[in-house]
Ligand binder design. Structure first.
Ligand SMILES: [Zn+2]
Length: 145
């Protein structure tokens, strides 16, 4: 989801809407493939699957510009963590459990993870080059003797 107007730090963005269901029911739905379960506390989860829940279009980021806040123990709203400019993608951190189960470090598409992977790849390539040079040097050495 992209911002269509600017948001100030702390400003309300959108509510995570949906049916409130017990956690065990949410676990069952998640096991069957539901990906929009938002656990509010040890008993209740919001099933945000319906398309009218606009908050479900907010992607995960490991460096998010919005955060989920619980209101009155039954409602989840997203608010800006910092100033957000129009056309910026709005992102939240989906949390450790969701991240490890469904996203993982090797597949996360947030800028932070892409940067990290690009750097790793660069290092890997540099290492291959170093090894290739070594092999070449070794061969030269052998051919001389
Ligand atoms: Zn990430």
């Amino acid at each position: 989801m992209y911002a269509v107007r600017p948001f100030k730090k702390g400003q309300y963005i959108v509510t995570y809407r949906g049916r409130r269901i017990p956690n065990d029911e949410a676990d069952r739905l998640e096991a069957r493939g539901s990906r929009y379960m938002f656990e509010i506390n040890s008993r209740w989860t919001i099933d945000g699957s319906p398309r009218w829940n606009r908050a479900r279009y907010v992607n995960h980021s490991c460096r998010p510009n919005a955060e989920a806040i619980e209101r009155k123990g039954r409602k989840i709203v997203y608010v800006a963590r910092r100033r957000i400019k129009p056309d910026e993608e709005i992102t939240v951190d989906y949390g450790k459990n969701y991240f490890e189960a469904f996203i993982t470090k090797s597949r996360c598409r947030c800028p932070k993870c892409r940067e990290r992977r690009a750097l790793q790849q660069k290092k890997r390539r540099a290492r291959h080059k170093r090894l290739a040079r070594k092999r070449l040097a070794g061969k030269k050495g052998r051919s001389r003797t």
